[in-house]
Design a protein around this ligand. Structure first.
Ligand code: 16G
Length: 251
């Protein structure tokens, strides 16, 4: 059955069954649970749903907004609404210095990771500069595919001076927790965010199509004595993150 047929109002709309937007929301939820719409399937446009159901666009919008808020559908600018594939949508504050594990825990999402690289290495020039290493110093690399709710969210490649993290193997859950225990919790960080189109290797790790939108984030974190503790280059799924910055009037 097509979604258009499934939405025909005679089969489900009932004046005695409560607000119409709630009825429409339930019908749309049923279309997903019954398999009429599957993960990533496009929903008909708002205008089309209004014309099939005879409901006003305001009512349709309200039902759709509820589903967006519940994470059941996702809206992509310019291309419409789609059934979510279960990847959580995360809003991250740009003013608080938190770890991935903390960010996810705060939303009730279990976080896990897969190792991409770990160990002590001779630093690259970028690492020497970013971490202000002296000659001969090694760098600890902790590169991971980060997941929330078992969905890949980001690829994170952290470099830490080897004297701060002499044994990268002790990172079993949170890097910041390990740094904290050693008295090296970052206190301040600078972050640079740029928009990218994901190349084939990153796209495959993140489970999206090559060329999908992504965010490249470079974070340099400092200890209270201003020493650089972490230089992390990450690639985030563009559809999984909203970064929120609070702005204040300059006085
Ligand atoms: C965040 C940081 C990353 C840090 C990681 C530690 C960004 C862009 N990146 O994801 O720099 O290394 O948290 O997370 O926010 P963990 O303590 O859970 O390992």
């Amino acid at each position: 059955m097509t979604i258009e047929d499934f939405l025909r109002p005679a089969d489900w709309m009932d004046g005695a069954q409560g607000p119409r937007y709630v009825q429409l929301r339930r019908r749309l939820e049923d279309s997903i649970s019954s398999g009429v719409l599957t993960a990533n399937a496009p929903l008909p446009a708002e205008r089309e749903i209004a014309s099939i159901t005879g409901l006003s666009r305001v009512t349709v919008r309200r039902a759709m907004q509820d589903l967006v808020d519940k994470g059941i559908i996702v809206q992509r600018q310019g291309s419409g609404s789609f059934v979510s594939d279960g990847t959580p949508k995360v809003e991250q504050s740009l003013s608080r210095l938190t770890s991935f594990t903390e960010d996810m825990a705060q939303r009730g999402l279990p976080s896990t990771f897969e190792w991409l690289e770990r160990g002590l290495f001779a630093p690259t020039l970028d690492e020497v500069v970013a971490l202000a290493l002296s000659s001969g110093e090694q760098v600890a690399r902790v590169a991971r595919l980060r997941m929330a709710n078992e969905r890949p969210m980001a690829i994170e490649r952290a470099s830490i001076p080897a004297d701060i993290l002499p044994d990268p193997d002790i990172v079993t859950t949170s890097l910041y927790e390990v740094l904290d225990v050693g008295g090296h919790r970052p206190e301040r960080a600078l972050q640079k965010i740029s928009a990218i189109n994901l190349g084939p290797a990153d796209a495959e790790l993140l489970g999206v199509e090559t060329g999908s939108a992504g965010l490249r984030i470079e974070r340099t974190s400092y200890l209270s004595n201003r020493r650089v503790v972490e230089f992390t280059r990450s690639v985030y799924r563009g559809d999984a993150y909203d970064f929120i910055a609070e702005l204040k009037l300059a006085k």
